[in-house]
Design a binder for this molecule. Structure first.
Ligand SMILES: [Zn+2]
Length: 483
């Protein structure tokens, strides 16, 4: 009689969270997992470059086969985590999100409503591949996930909304990392169960941070690209410089994202400490609870220029509604500490949350595009007197702003000024594509057949719609310094 053996799952090896460790480009722990299934679940992905998957087995780091499965493991990790929280949600690009692991030479990665693009860059004899790091893959997939649930953020002419997209990428990296059992174990030991401490979990993209640090020591943290544990207090981003070393806050989206990320991460730690035991199963539980709270908060938040405080208030309300108990106060304490909401506002939040939780967490009516508003741009030499921008002006249902540095809440700035500050910031940082002034500094060679011959780092362009020019986003570019 013929017997068929049950098919045993095939294992592959991958990084636990990043190939790097602290200030070093290597030393990150490795894991072995079952062969990732990218086409499964509600948020499927597909590696389109390279087009052929190597046989699934355990490979050594440094090989193309290892890199393929390391990227696949991270893609599956993010799809499984977010997919479970977002039933029925589809990518902006359609059913499957394409992924290019070798889009060109750069220390970079981006999402552009076509797919996720990863790059490779040379430092001495070492090549650093951004698609090999789970932190970076889960960050990029975070952009695509946020775009799937809140597409109107894409074109919003607001510094704070651009920074929130970056923060969501880093929050995605942290929450997805917490789905790995060995990482939960390691981080509890590393932080002595306190969580909100500089650790392998709070340090994002250590290897890419190392690569950028070799040429530009002040652009990144001393031991990673960005750290979710930091002491930055909320400021109106329109008052910040366009660029600054990593030790200071600037209006550059990755820099300003750190304010929200640290408030979120400390909120997560405080929520964890409200649980009866600070152990590995509860760390998994709080990471899933926080994902639910974050999604509900974002869905219910009005798209306005003070988006941080809107999301924070809706997260506090969602915590009350979904998890009656101490989560809500734990989160509020952290958002107040980091200045995302003022201490004065926090009192009225408590009253509003108690009286109208249902209204607080009701998702905003989904509209794909924000309303357009004309702003005069004659002073910028863009070949047009005025342009249209997508303005972050959805009606606010709760009038809460961040904290001013002196005392009390910040006074809101007009939407036209917000939009103009956003445009000026793009121009100062060379992120607005200007066909009249092509900037060769911002091009890098591509080395693959599928990629365009040059790659630009512009994030926005002016597109003619009838006889008006409209400011449109081209991509969310995640590089800090380009080769
Ligand atoms: Zn990003």
């Amino acid at each position: 009689m013929k017997t068929t053996k049950p098919k045993l799952p095939v294992s592959i090896s991958a990084w636990q969270q990043d190939p790097g460790s602290g200030a070093q480009p290597d030393g990150g722990p490795m894991i072995q997992i079952n062969e990732p299934k990218l086409s499964a679940g509600t948020l499927p992905t597909k590696i389109s470059n390279p087009s052929k998957a190597p046989a699934a087995k355990v490979y050594s780091p440094g090989t193309a086969e290892f890199r393929y499965w390391a990227a696949a493991a991270a893609l599956e990790r993010a799809s499984t985590y977010w997919g479970a929280l977002l039933p029925g949600v589809q990518w902006q690009v359609g059913k499957v999100l394409p992924v290019d692991l070798y889009h060109g030479e750069d220390f970079n990665a981006y999402y552009d409503r076509v797919g996720l693009r990863f790059f490779q860059g040379q430092v001495g004899s070492r090549t650093v591949y951004s698609g090999e790091s789970p932190d970076i893959v889960c960050h990029e997939q975070g952009h695509a996930t946020l775009d799937a649930i809140k597409p109107q953020l894409w074109d919003a002419a607001s510094i704070e909304i651009g920074a929130f997209h970056e923060s969501f990428g880093d929050m995605s990296a942290i929450l997805c990392a917490l789905q790995v059992p060995s990482l939960r174990h390691d981080v509890l030991a590393e932080t002595s169960y306190s969580l909100y401490a500089n650790s392998s979990l709070s340090r994002l993209a250590e290897q890419l941070g190392w690569a950028i640090r070799q040429g530009h020591p002040t652009l990144v943290e001393p031991d990673c690209l960005r750290n979710a544990v930091n002491a930055f207090f909320y400021r109106d981003p329109n008052t910040l410089p366009s660029n600054a070393p990593a030790t200071s806050l600037s209006s550059e989206p990755h820099s300003f994202s750190r304010v929200f990320t640290s408030a979120f991460f400390e909120g997560l730690a405080r929520m964890f400490h409200t649980l009866p035991a600070q152990d590995e199963p509860n760390l998994l539980q709080v990471s899933i609870d926080m994902g639910k709270i974050l999604i509900a908060g974002i869905r219910a938040a009005s798209v306005v220029s003070t988006f941080y405080s809107q999301v924070a208030v809706k997260m506090i309300a969602a915590a009350s509604s979904l998890f009656p108990g101490p989560y809500s106060d734990a989160l509020k304490g952290s958002f107040v500490k980091h200045g995302i909401i003022s201490a004065a506002s926090s009192q009225s939040i408590t009253q509003q949350v108690t009286t109208s939780i249902a209204a607080m967490v009701e998702p905003m009516t989904e509209s794909h595009d924000l309303p357009k508003m004309a702003i005069s741009v004659s002073e910028y030499g863009l070949g047009s007197e005025s342009i249209m921008v997508h303005s972050a002006v959805e009606p606010k249902r709760f009038n809460i702003t961040g904290a001013a540095l002196d005392v009390g809440p910040l006074q809101p700035v007009s939407e036209e000024l917000q939009a103009k500050a956003f445009l000026e910031d793009l121009i100062r940082r060379g992120k607005l594509k200007n066909p009249k002034q092509p900037d060769p500094v911002y091009t890098v060679k591509s080395i693959t057949g599928s990629a365009p011959p040059v790659h630009y780092h512009h994030t926005h362009e002016l597109v003619a719609e009838g006889d008006v020019m409209v400011l449109k986003r081209m991509r969310i570019d995640c590089g800090l310094k380009h080769m």
